[in-house]
Design a protein around this ligand. Structure first.
Ligand code: ZN
Ligand code: ZN
Length: 246
């Protein structure tokens, strides 16, 4: 296999790893408290978030909780119904940063995630974290293939996560009565996040698949972590926020 092909595959693999960390750690664990993780796993995921996404968890959580509080109405940080599909799909980072930089929003929506000394030393500094992530890829793949892999990872990760907000509120089916949509195809490439209509119906559920024939790869990972006793799911029965559509 050529080094370009290896770099492409490595970039896509790291993007999937970062997407898994985003759904299991940032989304299901920190934002919705749908599960709790062992302290060692929390540390591992904290470091992976820093080195593969540069995201500050408390900012991500605040933006996301605001999205649940104002879904597709004035105040939603990234609604394709308000901003337009292309804006959310291709400029999600700009929409995210606008709200993530608002200290009042972060204080209000992420009170439970105060800054600690490790944040001040390391995790609140995105550039060194991302630089370590890129250095690891360069170490294993060589200079140019490593940079190519890092570039592919970045573009893929940003587009997939934007698609959860854009496609997830625009295209797909709506088995539950809310403004989000389910796309099984998107769920397969976003570790389950594409089952977004289900998620809005049952936000505290660690499992996003609610109906027959739906696949939530993130949930399979959560189940595996549970068997290893590294994770504890808050409630296994699905708790719907609103009654299902008639
Ligand atoms: Zn949503
Ligand atoms: Zn959510």
């Amino acid at each position: 296999m050529t080094s370009v092909a290896i770099a492409v595959m490595a970039g896509l693999a790291v993007a999937q790893l970062a997407t898994l960390v985003t759904t299991v750690y940032l989304h299901r664990t920190l934002a919705h408290r749908a599960l709790t993780l062992s302290p060692k796993l929390m540390w591992l995921l904290r470091i992976l978030t820093w080195t593969t996404t540069g995201i500050r968890p408390r900012q991500w959580v605040a933006v996301h909780r605001k999205h649940h509080a104002f879904t597709d109405v004035e105040g939603d940080p990234h609604s394709p119904l308000l901003e337009g599909f292309a804006m959310v799909q291709f400029a999600n980072v700009a929409l995210y940063r606008r709200v993530a930089a608002d200290k009042a929003v972060v204080r209000r929506y992420a009170k439970d995630l105060p800054t600690d000394r490790w944040d001040r030393l390391f995790f609140d500094h995105a550039i060194p974290g991302l630089a370590i992530g890129i250095a690891v890829m360069v170490f294993f793949l060589g200079f140019w293939p490593g940079l190519l892999a890092a570039g592919i990872h970045t573009v893929t990760y940003l587009l997939l996560n934007a698609a959860v907000n854009a496609v997830g509120h625009y295209f797909g089916i709506q088995p539950q009565s809310n403004t989000a949509h389910n796309s099984q195809l998107l769920a397969l490439v976003t570790m389950g996040e594409g089952l977004h209509n289900n998620h809005h119906a049952a936000p505290t559920s660690a499992r996003f698949s609610l109906h027959r024939g739906e696949f939530d790869p993130g949930w399979w990972v959560v189940r595996m972590l549970e068997r290893l006793r590294w994770a504890k799911v808050r409630h296994h029965e699905v708790k719907l926020k609103q009654p299902a559509a008639a």
